[in-house]
Design a protein around this ligand. Structure first.
Ligand SMILES: [Zn+2]
Length: 167
């Protein structure tokens, strides 16, 4: 289990559309590394591209001490509940928070990375629903920056340059 360096904005790899997870030995090693990296960084979720590997693998943690869930090839099959404006951070944007709109309930479908024949489908609520929506966007190359205006991008990039070296 290795804590890997996190890819930080404006690294262009964050815009990559990740490919299908196929459970290669390297990808399976990545599962525990992603968990370790997320915990070390005190994140609530992480996508493989955030350690520079463009495969469709995410880990969703939880604030309430739930164990983290590794999800291969996750898709959101339905979104429901209220849409709320929530303040959101990202391990690839240290110190940056953006207001985004997220559904409070989603249903996700994914594969267990260690048992690819098993497809699971379950509902997620509240913070875990928010994290899931955020991490699935990473797989499409979508980040907090995708929502910024040009002016906002300039301001935040300046802040990250000052702040980012500490990481
Ligand atoms: Zn993120």
């Amino acid at each position: 289990m290795t804590v890997r360096p996190i890819v930080v904005y404006p690294d262009p790899r964050l815009k990559t559309v990740s490919h299908e997870f196929t459970a290669t030995p390297e990808e399976l090693q990545l599962v525990s590394d992603l968990r370790a990296t997320m915990l070390a960084a005190r994140g609530l979720g992480i996508a493989a591209i955030q350690v520079g590997v463009p495969t469709r693998l995410i880990v969703v943690g939880g604030r309430g001490g739930e164990s983290s869930l590794a999800m291969a090839n996750p898709v959101i099959v339905s979104m429901d509940g209220d849409v709320r404006a929530v303040l959101e951070g990202c391990l690839s944007f240290p110190g940056v928070f953006e207001t985004v709109r997220r559904h409070t309930k989603v249903v996700a479908r994914w594969q267990d990375p260690f048992d690819m024949a098993t497809t699971r489908e379950e509902p997620f609520r509240d913070i875990r629903a928010q994290v899931l929506q955020h991490e699935v966007e990473h797989l499409q190359g979508v980040t907090l920056a995708s929502r910024w205006s040009r002016a906002r991008r300039g301001t935040v990039t300046g802040q990250l340059k000052k702040y980012g070296r500490a990481f």
